[in-house]
Design a protein around this ligand. Structure first.
Ligand code: ADP
Ligand code: MG
Ligand code: MG
Length: 253
């Protein structure tokens, strides 16, 4: 049983040498193993800032509050240590690494997280199985990381990492953006599979309710003005679909 907790998290974005602006204004959230929490909110409300701040991105500084994974202080960990502790942050992985094949890249990620290199043949088999499950063409294993990948292919790659790294908690920011219906279904099945096989907790950040037809959230949180302004069950997403974010923008401002 894993517990991922945000307690009173405040964070600034560092804009220049002298300039900073507070974006996160006290975020409280607890995600237990196997739970999916959708974080939904208007553009500019600070959703990505939340993901980047937890990932330890250098442009964002957490100024107050705590981030705990099973009671361990995540903010004291290096980015690698966060991954080893079981936190998966899609954006911490490089966008494009020409010259490094997908299979080598994934094997190094797996080695970093598991603490030892998997045997080549066993890993090859594991990778092929995972790619098959995500309907990824086997030739991708030999291609450069994300090199010339379409939006949908990059997202499948993200989910392939999930499948291989088996994180305790995954933070997925706008995983649904730019996906056609077929890609959305495959990516969602990948997320659901990881949830079922190893009780992964998920923070699913999204602007649109579309992905929630495929990945069922247990809890829905409305994010506005840098904090959670309302929490509820899946029905909250339905009312957002019908009414939009307007009343929350007023509440959060
Ligand atoms: P969301 O993901 O909900 O659309 P963001 O976290 O991307 O929101 O942005 C929240 C606010 O922080 C916005 O006003 C945005 O302009 C500002 N912001 C985020 N990152 C930066 C940055 N690197 N430099 C300047 N402003 C930023
Ligand atoms: Mg959440
Ligand atoms: Mg965003």
């Amino acid at each position: 049983m894993t517990k991922f907790e945000l307690r009173g998290v405040r964070a600034d974005v560092l804009i220049g040498a002298e300039e900073r602006e507070e974006i996160l204004k006290g975020v409280d959230l607890t995600i237990n193993s196997g739970e999916t929490h959708a974080i939904m909110g208007p553009n500019g409300s600070g959703k990505s800032t939340l993901a980047y701040a937890i990932a330890g991105h250098p442009k964002y500084e957490i100024t107050d509050g705590e981030v705990l994974l099973d009671g361990e202080n995540v903010l004291e960990m290096s980015v690698d240590e966060r991954a080893r502790a079981g936190l998966f942050l899609a954006m911490q992985y490089p966008v494009e690494v020409p010259g490094v094949s997908m299979s080598n890249f994934l094997r190094s990620s797996v080695t970093a997280v598991r603490g030892e290199a998997p045997k080549l043949r066993a890993f090859s088999k594991e990778l092929q199985g995972a790619m098959k499950g995500l309907a990824i063409d086997p030739v991708f294993a030999a291609r450069g990381v994300n090199e010339g990948f379409s939006g949908g292919e990059k997202k499948r790659h993200e989910i392939l990492q999930l499948e291989l790294l088996k994180p305790k908690v995954a933070i997925l920011d706008e995983t649904d953006s730019g996906l056609d219906v077929d890609a959305l279904r495959v990516v969602s099945e990948g997320i659901n599979h990881a949830k079922e096989t190893h009780e992964m907790g998920v923070m699913l950040i999204t602007h649109y309710t579309r992905i929630l037809n495929y990945v069922k959230p247990d809890h829905v949180h409305v994010f506005s003005g840098g904090r959670i302004v309302e929490s509820g069950g899946p029905e909250l997403a339905d009312s957002l679909e019908a009414e939009g974010y307007e009343r929350f923008v007023k509440a959060g401002a």
